[in-house]
Design a protein around this ligand. Structure first.
Ligand code: NAD
Length: 358
């Protein structure tokens, strides 16, 4: 749990939005700092771009991210800290931050369990065919055969997790009582006693897992090794009629390959809450593709999670402004290299930005 000296907000209130300001205004202004809060973040005339030259700290949520590209970092010569109010700092070009000596930090663990609950909910939503069944009720019908025609029990299925970190392990723990056969792939193997406790099988790579399961839940960070990992070739190697749930980052999959697989029946369903870009265009194909249960990026921003990431943001700022060390687990980049959680979960080097053609 975060340990700030005080809270400038009431837990349970909306904090992760422009009006909520993460409860930071009084705390920062009392020390003579200026706080600019905006959702106008895209394009050269945006408030974000206009404020960049004078900004020493940029705080962004992953849910409505202020993409801190290499060009933007170059426009911010005073920038010392890029702080994510949540988890997942891929909206920051980490290589550019390393080169510019900018510290990158996030509030590790603040919403891990929130996301794990959402992933389990979306697995069940797809496998049980919940949304079409619910729509029959809303539309005044009672078509049992249509509602049941794509509905299965999760029990007995092979379910795999890619990335057994904080969220991935919490998903494995929550799925174990469903009587599924659990699988995982992560660069660092879990301790043997944890594997036994959860009854989960380790795979040496993502491809081996993808070929062995009915459901894949993605929980790795987006970095060069995971960018476009689930492309047409990987999806086609899965069992026909499998499901993918992605609450990690959209670009771990290839947007149009997912649509194609849903239309052909290779995938029976896709759900998640992460998109690229965010917010997505109104005609983004994931809004209208079949057999999906997408939500906006909300899994990690429940009111419960907001209180934790707002408190963690304040803790990081208190330490940074007092010249103290930022908690090791919150660090992604420091002193020109990956640090803390960043050193364990990310890799640096061209990949994500290069792939986007940025
Ligand atoms: P974590 O750092 O605890 O765990 C990430 C795990 O992924 C680590 O065990 C790491 O070794 C593993 N990993 C790294 N590269 C991999 C690869 N190539 N293949 C497989 N596994 C790999 O992070 P976490 O708290 O569990 O969060 C994971 C990700 O979930 C975040 O980076 C973020 O992108 C996403 N997230 C999404 C939301 C949301 O609201 N949807 C909220 C929080 C986090």
């Amino acid at each position: 749990m975060p340990t700030p000296s005080a809270l400038g907000f009431t837990p349970g209130h909306l904090l992760g939005c422009v009006s909520g300001e993460l409860g930071l205004r009084e705390f920062l202004e009392a020390q003579g700092h200026e706080l600019v809060v905006t959702s106008d973040k895209d394009g050269p005339d945006s408030v974000f771009e206009r404020e960049l030259p004078g900004a020493e700290v940029v705080i962004s949520q992953p849910f409505w991210p202020a993409y801190l590209t290499a060009e933007r970092i170059a426009k911010a010569p005073k920038l010392k800290l890029a702080l994510t109010a949540g988890i997942g700092s891929d909206h920051v070009d980490l290589d550019a931050a390393i080169r510019a000596g900018v510290t990158v930090a996030e509030v590790t663990y603040s919403n891990s369990l929130s996301v794990a609950e959402h992933a389990v909910m979306q697995i069940l939503t797809l496998v049980r065919n919940f949304l079409p069944a619910h729509e029959w009720v809303v539309n005044g019908g009672w078509n049992i055969a249509d509602a049941a025609s794509r509905s299965y029990d999760l029990e007995g299925m092979d379910v795999g997790v890619i990335g057994a970190g904080r969220i991935g392990q919490a998903v494995l723990r929550r799925l174990a009582p469903f009587g599924v056969r659990l699988h995982y792939f992560s660069p660092m193997r879990l301790p043997t006693d944890v594997e036994h406790e959860l009854g989960t099988a380790f795979h040496p790579d993502a491809g081996s897992l993808a070929r062995s399961v009915d459901v894949v839940s993605l929980h790795a960070p987006l970095h060069p090794q995971t960018y476009h990992l689930f492309d047409r070739e990987m999806i086609n190697s899965m069992r026909r009629g499998s499901y993918i749930v992605n609450t990690a980052r959209a670009e771990i999959t290839v947007r149009d390959d997912v649509v194609e697989a849903l239309e052909s029946g290779q995938l029976a369903g896709y759900a998640g809450d992460v998109w690229y870009p965010q917010p997505p265009e109104t005609d983004h194909p994931w809004r209208s593709m079949p057999h999906q249960a997408m939500t906006p990026h909300v899994s990690g921003t429940t009111l419960s999670a907001q209180a934790r990431y707002a408190a963690g943001t304040r803790e990081v700022l208190e330490d940074f402004l007092a010249g103290r060390h930022i908690r090791e687990a919150y660090l992604i980049v420091e002193g020109g290299e990956l640090a803390g959680t960043g050193a364990k979960s990310y890799t640096a080097g061209a990949g994500v930005e290069a792939g986007r053609g940025a």
